[in-house]
Design a protein around this ligand. Sequence first.
Ligand code: C2E
Ligand code: CA
Ligand code: CA
Ligand code: CA
Length: 276
Amino acid sequence: AKTQGKDAYAMFEPSMRQGFDREVMWRAELQQALQHSALHVVFQPIVTLAGRRVAGVEALARWNHPHLGVVPPDVFIPVAERAGLIGDLGLLVLRRACAEFASWPGSQTAYLSVNVSPSQMLDASFPSKVAATLYEAGLRPGQLVLEVTENALADESEVIGALRRLREFGIRIAIDDFGTGYASLRYLHRFPADIVKVDRTYVQDIARDPAAVHILGTLWQLFGAIGLTAVAEGIEDQAQAAMLMDLGCRVGQGFLYGRPGPLSAITTEPATADQS
Ligand code: C2E
Ligand code: CA
Ligand code: CA
Ligand code: CA
């Protein structure tokens, strides 16, 4: 097997070797970052569109590398998954997010939403790890939402089982990036989920594509009928917000309401509350 491995390596094109070396470099760097807990979390508000009340906050992982600068999660999350580090990374993020959230005044009225990779849930002890983390932070299960992409739900029965256990415990589940993956509408009502987050590509389309408006309007009715709370992602301007409200959308998230940042920057009362 050793010689085979050697031969395989010799077959690499210079560019592939470079890619391989880069992957090895990323893994080592990420391992170091995890050892030194060099990852942190920023938060983005999830608001009611009409009153701009903060309904929840989404925790988003950040890695500020001493030499490479800020590495975006779209880069380091896949690296962590391939390197088998996503379990440790995910737990670190969850712990950080819960600890910060617990000492934030808004935690009494808003929920905490945390992203979870499907591979994290293949670990049979994941639900009990989440429960332990909540307990350590002094949070109730009802204060936590876990976000999973619809692809994770498509065929993994282990993932579905883990989600069921988490929900029995009182944690809510959100289907993230809805409409970008392979999930079929036929199975939507069978997913153990409470919230559905409609991907921002749909929100972007409504301004220029009349058909997209019909699709979204119909989707919102469907979500309501099967008991899912819908959240629109990536709302960047007031025109989008107005159209979404016309379609019956009540909760959303996007740069219009706040960019990801420190939790202390998010206030649960509208700034103009005492003037109105
Ligand atoms: P996501 O879960 O769909 O998170 C939303 C992403 O959209 C965030 O990017 C956010 O900054 C960005 N965003 C929010 N509002 C707007 C808007 O109005 N316009 C535009 N153009 N973008 C907006 P971010 O923080 O770079 O995260 C990218 C992705 O990385 C996330 O997408 C999520 O899939 C993944 N990710 C981030 N943190 C974690 C984590 O702790 N665990 C896991 N498994 N994945 C994570
Ligand atoms: Ca998300
Ligand atoms: Ca999303
Ligand atoms: Ca995403």
